[in-house]
Design a protein around this ligand. Structure first.
Ligand SMILES: NC(=O)c1ccc[n+]([C@@H]2O[C@H](COP(=O)([O-])OP(=O)(O)OC[C@H]3O[C@@H](n4cnc5c(N)ncnc54)[C@H](OP(=O)(O)O)[C@@H]3O)[C@@H](O)[C@H]2O)c1
Length: 342
């Protein structure tokens, strides 16, 4: 092995509140050698996900990242050495990796990334990656929207939200997005074809007025990405037997203490609403199902997608912060290494 350097972000403490960047330290080590059945993967793209923040703090649907170890993240990378018969050097793969230039994997949970002429590799970090699966199955399987119904989605200009609204339109629904700036709202309506988009920064009363105008027939599917006071306002518009796919609660992830839920949960009772949490990992084996329907939408441009790229592994903690300040539009990734020639 040549003396290549592996730059990494190490988790040094459990964040208690907002300042998660203080819990990450830069370390440089020699690139490791793969052991039996292992592969060495060079990171090209590192996915920035709100769940990174959860994994830093506590066990959830996966264990917490161990202290003193490289931070975990979903990566798209290239196999550079392999002692695993399933992989060869040069293979492009995606799965759980590390905030590092290189990581070792036993291959479990590592899937192939195909090269499709005309389709940028970045598509596999978002629309054809976990983001797309989350939006597709969260909306269609759990939200079960019917043509003519109204779908409202929060964090609408983000990775998942921007897909949810478009998937709603593609099933003949009215799509309304809630997001954090007028510029994002314009993007959703003018570029992605949402019927309406509302900036929540004006506070509860303004959002209530906006939803009243944007959802004249009430809300049939409320795709939950955020939680907190925005949900409380939206619940007021839920129709009888409305569905709430509970995808995420990003407004809570940096809270030092558990936050009280919306105060008007009685609406869910009286209007017989159904809320169901889900985790994208449960849908990994149904990716083919999604690809069959979404592939043609991508090919003919009916489904649009945007990847927001930060450059350099050193930017990763600052980049993650953008998810909590609203600094991203579409799927946020850090480009760590160069794409190989096609
Ligand atoms: N269940 C699953 O398996 C699964 C999988 C992937 C993602 N998720 C969840 O889906 C949600 C979206 O994730 P993503 O990866 O697509 O991220 P994203 O939407 O691309 O980025 C997060 C966005 O959330 C908004 N936001 C942040 N703090 C907020 C707050 N306090 N109030 C309102 N909006 C806030 C920001 O946009 P604004 O400018 O609009 O504020 C930000 O751009 C997250 O809750 C995440 O945990 C769940």
């Amino acid at each position: 092995m040549t003396a290549r350097t592996n730059r990494q972000w190490i988790l040094t403490a459990r964040p208690q509140g907002d300042a998660f960047e203080d819990c990450l330290a830069w370390r440089e080590q020699p690139v490791p050698e793969p052991g039996p059945d292992q592969v060495l993967v060079r990171t090209i793209y590192l996915s920035m996900d709100p769940s990174n923040r959860i994994w830093m703090q506590q066990a959830s649907y996966i264990p917490a990242v161990p202290l003193g170890e490289p931070m975990w993240g979903v990566i798209l990378g290239e196999v550079v050495e392999s002692r695993n018969p399933r992989f060869r050097p040069g293979d492009l793969v995606t799965g759980m990796g590390a905030w590092a230039d290189y990581c070792l994997s036993d291959g479990k949970g590592l899937g192939p990334v195909p090269r499709i002429p005309g389709l940028p590799l970045q598509a596999f970090t978002g629309v054809l990656g976990p983001t797309g699966l989350t939006a597709y199955f969260g909306l269609y399987d759990i939200g079960r929207p019917q043509p003519g119904e109204t779908v409202v989605v929060t964090a609408a200009a983000g990775a998942v939200g921007s897909m949810v609204g478009q998937f709603a339109k593609l099933r003949g629904c009215r799509a309304v997005g809630i997001c954090g700036s007028d510029e994002k709202a314009r993007w959703l309506v003018e570029e992605l074809g949402f019927d309406a988009a509302l900036n929540y920064r004006g506070g509860p009363a303004e959002l209530r007025r906006g939803l009243k105008a944007a959802c004249p027939s009430g809300i049939d599917v409320y795709f939950e990405n955020v939680g907190g006071w925005i949900s409380e306002v939206a619940y007021g518009f839920l129709n009888l037997r409305a569905r709430i796919p509970l995808c995420g609660l990003i407004s809570q992830y940096n809270a030092a203490e558990p936050q009280p839920g919306p105060r008007n949960m009685d609406i869910l009772l009286v209007r017989r609403c159904r809320m169901e949490g889900f985790i994208v990992l449960d849908y990994m084996d149904r990716a083919g199902e999604m690809l069959r329907e979404v592939g043609p939408w991508l090919a003919d441009g009916r489904l649009k997608w945007k990847v927001d790229v930060d450059h350099g592994l050193e930017t990763a903690p600052r980049s993650l912060r953008k998810l909590f300040s609203g600094g991203n539009t579409g799927k946020l990734v850090v480009q760590v290494g160069e794409e190989p020639a096609a």
